[in-house]
Design a protein around this ligand. Structure first.
Ligand SMILES: *Cc1c(COP(=O)(O)O)cnc(C)c1O
Length: 365
């Protein structure tokens, strides 16, 4: 094997407990996008075992895959557009988010009162009812089971930001509009990871936690890092050194010869590239081997990238290096890779490609 993502499901379980304590409510484990790159089915089953009360996904096919692999807790799918196979959702006992009149009409035309969660646009201006809200209030709710009502914060990673209070107030108003018609969804949910950690007043009946469950901070700068939040990063990414070679000073490295060695040194060729989710534009990141960092030199290519190991390095071809981990040994973290590529930890873990083996085991150092 040349590259592996080691997923420690005990850490996932510890993070779920930490988040349930913070929320004081039930918890929906968000496992969309292959569980943020950690493996949909493995993480879904582990989250259920660790006490998650719900699983949340974007797509209907993600929800169905979880059901067919034995998940029994409630599952909510929220990116289910008109024209979707709603019947198969109902057959698999999947709750559906409804964000448009068109979807409401299709779903309420099905037999057996499908289970829905009404999605509200409270100010993010993305998903949920906004212009069609008053039309929704005129619909016949007797053909559906309204299980939930929910919305999503745009700036929960900026505690104290006025938009958060505005969204919370708008949420309460819209819930009251519906209650005035006698529709009282038992599960109101608004918080993502950041709000769960920093704004318990928004927890209502359940919280939808994604990134923090994977042990990563929703925003290191405004909320602090994993450790300060009591979270344990679940994924450790490792790769093999395909090759170690001594090179002289002034050797131009990689496509475009964008960088050259400053001194005589040893370079390592890491067997992982942008096809595996290593951002091509990353700089100020690299790998960790034998107790120290070896930074990237030159451009990341499709299947490999080059690091500067240093002239005195004892690393050998075939050795494993840590691409990112929890940072406890001084290695780079997913946060570092996010910062190094103008992105965020969410994108770093989610884009780890299918060629990288997921190993469900403790991290190794
Ligand atoms: C992705 C997502 C979440 C989880 O967000 P995190 O910041 O990862 O906790 C929650 N709710 C919805 C609707 C989402 O799309």
């Amino acid at each position: 094997m040349r590259a592996e993502a080691r997923i420690d499901l005990d850490r996932l379980s510890s993070n779920i407990n930490r988040l349930k304590d913070a929320a004081g409510t039930s918890l929906m484990a968000v496992v969309k996008a292959d569980a943020y790159g950690h493996g949909l089915v493995e993480v879904g089953l582990a989250a259920e075992k660790a006490g998650a009360d719900w699983l949340g996904v974007a797509l209907l096919e993600e929800a169905i895959k979880l059901r067919t692999h034995g998940v029994r807790v409630s599952i909510l799918a929220w990116l289910v557009s008109p024209g979707s196979d709603f019947k198969s959702a109902v057959d698999h006992d999947i709750d559906l988010a409804v964000a448009s009149i068109a979807a409401f009409k299709e779903i309420s035309a099905l037999p057996n009162k499908p289970r829905i969660h009404i999605e509200l646009d409270t100010g993010m201006t993305r998903g949920g009812f906004l212009d069609e809200w008053h039309e929704l209030l005129k619909q016949d709710f007797s053909k559906v089971t309204v299980v939930g009502i929910f919305s999503h914060f745009a700036r929960a990673d900026e505690p104290g930001e006025k938009q958060n209070t505005d969204q919370l107030n708008r949420f309460n108003e819209m819930v009251a509009d519906l209650a005035a018609l006698g529709v009282n969804p038992p599960i109101k949910h608004l918080s993502n990871s950041a709000a769960t950690l920093k704004d318990p007043a928004s927890s209502f009946d359940s919280v939808r936690t994604g990134i923090a469950m994977y042990g990563l901070s929703p925003d290191v700068r405004s909320l602090g890092d994993s450790k300060s939040l009591g979270l344990k990063p679940v994924m450790q990414l490792r790769a093999k050194l395909h090759l170690v070679k001594a090179v002289p000073a002034s050797a131009a490295v990689g496509y475009g010869a964008t960088e050259s060695t400053q001194t005589d040194t040893k370079l390592g060729v890491v067997a992982m590239g942008y096809a595996d989710g290593i951002p091509r534009i990353a700089h100020d990141a690299g790998v960790f081997i034998n107790g120290r960092k070896a930074p990237i030199i030159g451009r990341v290519s499709m299947d490999q990238f080059v690091v500067d190991l240093g002239a005195d390095s004892t690393a050998q071809s075939g050795d494993w290096v840590i691409v990112f981990g929890d940072g406890s040994q001084g290695e780079y973290t997913a946060d570092d890779w996010g910062a190094a590529s103008g992105s965020i930890n969410y994108e770093i873990v989610t884009r780890i490609g299918p060629r990288v083996h997921r190993i469900y085991a403790p991290h190794v150092y």
